[in-house]
Structure formats: structure tokens, C-alpha cells
Design a binder for this molecule. Structure first.
Ligand SMILES: Nc1nc2c(ncn2[C@@H]2O[C@H](COP(=O)(O)OP(=O)(O)OP(=O)(O)O)[C@@H](O)[C@H]2O)c(=O)[nH]1
Length: 392
């Protein structure tokens, strides 16, 4: 698949940057267009891979943002993006839409810029293009507190209703306790990038006849057509350099002998099983998914038709749906064989309910605190001062 990828806010831009890093390390070419849109000038200076001319600063003339971010205020994030919509649209003008299959918007939902600005950007994209628009949204960890949960719960509603599919990533599930938050983010972003790129880059070459079971971008689009909230599982293994394997790699496609000797089939089924049972980007009940798709990526000498078939049967049972696709993504020089599994429209994801509950609590607490504050101010100016007249 070929994507136009847009990071909104700081987390969104960092994740897109890691996607580009993973692509360049693994010789993939998924993101044909990239943009980073943010309200904080210093954060926009940080990416290693997003070209400078693709970084769009919004809200620098807004009194509440002034180029320094919106401090977790989702309303200001949305307001700033709306005010600078012309600039955002202009940035998209040079996206050659005929060269991409879909658009992916990436954002952290706990802050203000990505959470508030993301849905505004998505509206603009849906208006401008017919291609599907997907989102990758990061859910804040419980440890971040009530305000990020409230931002995320509100923003999630907008994201899910506006995009063609929302892929979730749960910071809580991926947090390693022994790391600082920044170190943790760096590792999470790399793990997430590997999953997204391995899955979505399948079929990016337009050369779908290189392998018999090659996955195509239309397969991915079909699987994501369910809408709703989706999750990705992933597993990888090092490819052994047997002399036979080397031979296979150097032979031409027509001469390639697929050994299909049972052990390769077992390996592929095992990888898909490991991917599904691994920590998902958004943990959830696999059997609640509407559709599933698995991409087996690596040197074609490692592929096995039997493996694909038994992985498909296993996944069909596990996800409890007949809408299952399993296919190859040949990467001739890759030292790894990997499986990325997309579970589309997972309806049972406990973290979503938790965030909604945390958000309701936070909203009640905020309302209570505001009422108390108002009362205190009233007390302060009315107590024992009843004889005094205000100046104006
Ligand atoms: N996985 C991951 N999550 C992050 C990262 N940075 C921030 N987050 C999460 O994303 C949420 C939003 O943070 P940012 O992206 O920094 O915020 P923003 O959208 O730029 O908005 P403002 O800072 O309010 O202007 C946070 O609450 C965290 O949950 C990151 O590098 N990786």
C-alpha cells in the first residue's frame, strides 16, 4: 500500500518519523508523502526523517498558542487548526493523490494539538480526497491522570466517527516500568512503527505477481472497511542462512523452488499465532474482531503455501470470522521473517471502557472544582463587605 502520512501534534510527528526510519532501514517505501503539523515550534524542529519543508507550524499567531503548543487544551487545539485551515489545505496541495492508496493521520489523543487538531485535519482530508482516511491514535496511560483521559475520550469519538478506520495504540499496555517516560516513548514508537510499516507496506510495489499469495493494497483496504477500532499484532524471527536458503534467494523467480516441506509451514503458522497472542497495539478480545488480515513478510524462499493456508484456518477460528486474509510480502534481502496481523473492528477492548470511565470521573471532578472555586471567589468579595460599592 502507498500512503500519505500526516503526524499531528508531538506524538503524531514522532511516530511518523519512526515510521520513516523503519522504512529506510528495511528498504520499504510506504509513506510517499509525509507532513508533520504542530503548534509547538521546538517540537517541529526535532524529527530526523521528516523533511523540513513538510513541517507545518499552526497557531503561531494565536494568543493562546504563540508557537509554544496548546498545553493540553483540546479546545484550543481544535480552534487553532480551524483558524489555520487554509494553510493546512495549502500544505496538502502538493500531495499527488493518484500516487497513494490511502491517507493515515497519526496523533496522541491525550494532549491538545493532536487530539483537538487531528479531527479538524481529518475533516479537511475527507473533503478534499476520495481515498480512505485512517487514523492511528495513541491512548494516554492511566498514570497521566484525568485530563489526558478526558481529552482522549472526547477526541476518540470524533476520530472514530470521521475516519474509515481507527487503529489504536495503548500507552498503558506498552509502558515499561523501569524506563523514564521519554525512553519508554522512544521504544514504543519504534515498536509501533515496525508494526504499522510491516502491515501497511504490503503490496506497495505494484508487483503483485512476484509471489503467488502476495498481499495487495486492496486486501488491506477491504479489511479496514469495517470502520471502528482496530489493533495490530506482530512477531518476527531471524531467517537462518542455510545453503539451500541462499540458493533459493539467488535463483530467478521462475526457478525458485518453494520447499514447502512442512517445517516452513509450521514456522509460518507459528509466527501468525505468536503475533495474535503477542501484546497487541490495543489489547482486546481477538474473537470480537470483524475481519482479520495477516501479512507474512520476508525472503520468498521462506514462504510456504501450506503455511499460509493453515495460518488462515487457525486465524479464522481464533477471530471467529470467515473474513480472513493471509498473504505474502516478499522482501528479498530481509534477514527476518515477520507476521503482522490486523484485527479490524475489535469491539471488546477494555482500555477504551477504562478511559471512558476515567474521563467521566475527571469531568465530574473538574465541574466540582469549578463550582467550589466560584463559590470561594463569591465568598471573598461578598463576605463582610456588603456596605461597599464596586467601582464600576
Ligand atoms: N506512544 C507515545 N505516546 C506519546 C509520545 N509523546 C506523547 N505521547 C502521548 O500523547 C499524548 C499527547 O502528547 P503530545 O503529542 O505531546 O501533545 P500534543 O498533541 O502535541 O498537544 P500539546 O502538547 O497539548 O500542544 C500524551 O498525553 C501521551 O499520552 C510518544 O513519543 N509516544
Amino acid at each position: 500500500m502507498k500512503l500519505a502520512t500526516i503526524g499531528v501534534g508531538n506524538a503524531g510527528s514522532k511516530i511518523v518519523d519512526r515510521m520513516l526510519e523503519f522504512e529506510s532501514r528495511t528498504d520499504r517505501n510506504l509513506c510517499r508523502h509525509v507532513h508533520a503539523i504542530n503548534t509547538a515550534r521546538t517540537d517541529l524542529a526535532k524529527p530526523d526523517y521528516i523533511p523540513e519543508e513538510r513541517r507545518v507550524l499552526i497557531g503561531d499567531t494565536n494568543q493562546k498558542a504563540k508557537g509554544h503548543g496548546v498545553g493540553g487544551d483540546v479546545e484550543v487545539g481544535a480552534e487553532v487548526a480551524k483558524a489555520d485551515l487554509d494553510e493546512i489545505r495549502r500544505a496538502f496541495d502538493d500531495v499527488e493523490i493518484h500516487t497513494v492508496d490511502a491517507i493515515l493521520v497519526v496523533a496522541g489523543l491525550g494532549g491538545g494539538s493532536g487530539s483537538g487538531g487531528g479531527p479538524v485535519v481529518i475533516d479537511a482530508l475527507q473533503e478534499m480526497y476520495d481515498e480512505p482516511v485512517y487514523a492511528l491514535g495513541v491512548l494516554p496511560g492511566e498514570y497521566e491522570g484525568g485530563r489526558p483521559a478526558l481529552n482522549a475520550a472526547r477526541s476518540l469519538q470524533s476520530f472514530v466517527s470521521k475516519v474509515d478506520n481507527f487503529i489504536g495504540f495503548d500507552n498503558d499496555a506498552w509502558r515499561a516500568r523501569e524506563q523514564t517516560i521519554e525512553e519508554g516513548y522512544e521504544q514504543m514508537n519504534r515498536e509501533l512503527a515496525a508494526r504499522l510499516v510491516t502491515l501497511l507496506a504490503a503490496g506497495e510495489t505494484d508487483d503483485s505477481d512476484v509471489a503467488e499469495n502476495a498481499m495487495d493494497s486492496s486486501d488491506i483496504i477491504r479489511t479496514l472497511n469495517t470502520g471502528g477500532i482496530s489493533s495490530i499484532g506482530y512477531a518476527a524471527t531471524q531467517v537462518e542462512e542455510s545453503s539451500e536458503g541462499l540458493l533459493d534467494r539467488w535463483s530467478s523467480d521462475s526457478q525458485r523452488v518453494n520447499r514447502d516441506d512442512g517445517s516452513q509451514a509450521t514456522k509460518i503458522k507459528g509466527l501468525v499465532r505468536r503475533a495474535v497472542n503477542s501484546r497487541l497495539t490495543l489489547p482486546g478480545e481477538v474473537s470480537s474482531a470483524d475481519r482479520a488480515l495477516a501479512v507474512i513478510s520476508g525472503p520468498p524462499s521462506e514462504f510456504s503455501r501450506k503455511g499460509i493456508e493453515s495460518a488462515r484456518q487457525w486465524l479464522e477460528q481464533e477471530a471467529d470470522t470467515v473474513e480472513v486474509l493471509v498473504g505474502d510480502d516478499p522482501r528479498e534481502s530481509s534477514p527476518r521473517l515477520s507476521a503482522a496481523v490486523l484485527l479490524s473492528n475489535v469491539t471488546e477492548a477494555p482500555r477504551i471502557d477504562e478511559i471512558q470511565n476515567q474521563a467521566v470521573d475527571a469531568q465530574e471532578k473538574i465541574a466540582e472544582q469549578e463550582a467550589v472555586r466560584e463559590e470561594q471567589i463569591n465568598d471573598l468579595i461578598t463576605d463582610d463587605n456588603n456596605d461597599l460599592d464596586p467601582v464600576v
